[in-house]
Design a protein around this ligand. Structure first.
Ligand SMILES: [Zn+2]
Length: 484
């Protein structure tokens, strides 16, 4: 057997001011055929798992290029077309193949392409013809368009959010692909449109139990090969945005459709109950000030660079300053220009500095202060589980009892080590202000006396009912109360 594999992925927040070109992929992952590292990125596990699987079976794996850019705004048209055409050419050269197993994200949007993955998959199908297996692993924060469903045999989607299971799902993808190529099964995909959009963290109820049931059903239901929830991605202004359920069965489309519908209607019935309750910046500061011991962690949940925003909002910091709150450390505010100025001024310098809130409307006002440059760290890094996440050249500045870390590479606040990397002991401050939606929880909960989830300003289109979409469908909840 000859199987072709490649990866092309990013998550596009079409409202983000941060445009993406080839350099953004090169900064995160751009690997030519055979050059993909042994450890996978979020969307390239089909390549590394494919190496194991094909070696074991004695099959030939033909690797194409693999690209991943961190979440941001629209991808430049030529960047997408170049990366796409590179993979398509590699596939043409590899022909004939028995299967194509891809690592995609599913929420990539490029200038002129609302449905990037649909475009790529349709072109792959055109090359290989109707009888070759085409499948892909997807992130649940994606758009399941009709064009994709028509072009691929099946998809497997990460079940967990945070996405701790991307390698396990790549194994599922390959396991179904192998059984198909051996002629043991014939996967067909049934899709149910839930007519809704929401955010579904699986680390808490009610989604935790729902996902656990999916694992159970995959084992117990005869003929069911894989069950997935495409959460949808509300920051992607594309026509087919929304939540969908996929049931992949062994050629039992009716059974799959019925099961997908049953599960999808359950999700719809629980709409609006999935997220942790959030408070505004006034209440967040009230709670933090009232706490008798620290550190209280205030998470700026929507100005999270991991979802595409710039990460330079100052709404909560502005509230802390206005109320004269001290004993605060902020990590981080993205402002490469301010970092450059601090680097030029040097450690110990006292300078007038304007920083933050330059990238987008509704993210607060730039802060003007006489600051002391306390510490400068080139190429700073924080821990993220077993690995490290870079946040670029960084400056620790302080003023009025507040410490702020300015960074030059956008990064969400994964871990308290972002403070210690700069010389600030995080447990020594009463209030830690960070930017992250969900990923921060595991590490920060170990040192926090309390965690406050704060929704401040509008750095992210987090309320679909009022988001000024131009392309997204408006016949789903919560744009309409009852879409059925
Ligand atoms: Zn995701």
């Amino acid at each position: 057997m000859r199987v072709f594999t490649a990866a092309l992925a990013t998550e596009t927040n079409t409202f983000s001011p941060i445009a993406i070109d080839k350099r953004a992929f090169e900064a995160s992952l751009y690997a030519k055929p055979g050059e993909h590292p042994a450890t996978p990125t979020l969307c390239s596990a089909p390549i590394t798992v494919g190496r194991e699987v094909c070696t074991q079976l004695g099959w030939t794996l033909i690797e194409g290029s693999a690209s991943w850019a961190d979440p941001a705004g629209l991808v430049a048209r030529t960047t997408y077309e170049d990366l796409r055409d590179e993979i398509l050419e590699q596939l043409r050269v590899a022909m004939p193949v028995d299967g194509v197993v891809l690592g995609l994200h599913g929420a990539m949007v490029a200038q002129g392409y609302d449905d990037v993955e649909g475009d790529l998959l349709a072109r792959v199908r055109e090359i290989v013809g109707p009888n070759v297996l085409v499948c892909a692993e997807l992130d649940p924060h994606s758009h399941l368009t009709a064009k994709r469903v028509a072009a691929a045999n099946f998809f497997v989607v990460f079940k967990e959010f945070p996405h701790i299971d991307f390698v396990d799902r790549a194994r599922d993808l390959w396991s179904i692909a192998v059984r198909t190529l051996k002629g043991e099964i014939k996967p067909v995909m049934s899709v149910f449109d839930c007519r809704m959009i929401d955010v579904f963290p699986t680390s808490k109820e009610p989604m935790r139990s729902f996902v656990d049931r999916l694992y159970g059903l995959e084992k117990s239901e005869a003929g069911v090969l894989s069950l997935s929830v495409v959460h949808g991605f509300m920051a992607g202004d594309v026509p087919e945005m929304g939540t969908k359920v996929i049931a992949v069965t062994d050629n039992q489309p009716e059974t799959g459709a019925a099961l997908a519908e049953r599960l999808g209607r359950e999700l719809f019935a629980m709409r609006g109950t999935f997220m942790v309750a959030q408070v505004d910046e006034h209440v967040a500061v009230d709670v933090a000030v009232a706490a008798t011991k620290g550190p209280v962690v205030i998470a700026d949940v929507w100005d999270n660079p991991g979802g595409g925003p710039a990460g330079d909002a100052t709404v909560i910091l502005g509230e802390l300053i206005a109320r004269g709150v001290t004993d605060v450390a902020v990590g981080t505010i993205w402002d490469p220009i301010a970092v450059q100025i601090c680097m030029a001024a040097g450690e110990g310098a006292e300078i007038a500095l304007r920083f933050g809130a330059k990238s987008a409307p509704d993210t607060g006002m730039p802060i003007d202060k006489i600051v002391t440059v306390r510490k400068l760290v080139p190429n700073a890094e924080m821990r993220f589980g077993e690995s490290f996440a870079p946040f670029g050249d960084a400056a620790w500045i302080s003023f009025d009892g507040i410490d702020v870390i300015l960074n030059s590479t956008r990064a969400q606040s994964f871990d308290p080590s972002l403070f210690s990397a700069m010389g600030i002991e995080p447990t020594s401050r009463k209030i830690l202000l960070i930017k992250s939606t969900n990923h921060f929880y595991d590490s920060f909960s170990r040192i926090a006396s309390e965690i406050v989830y704060c929704s401040a300003g509008k750095p992210y289109p987090n309320s679909p009912a009022t988001t000024p979409y131009r392309k997204a469908r408006r016949d789903i909840w919560p744009m309409v109360e009852n879409p059925w």
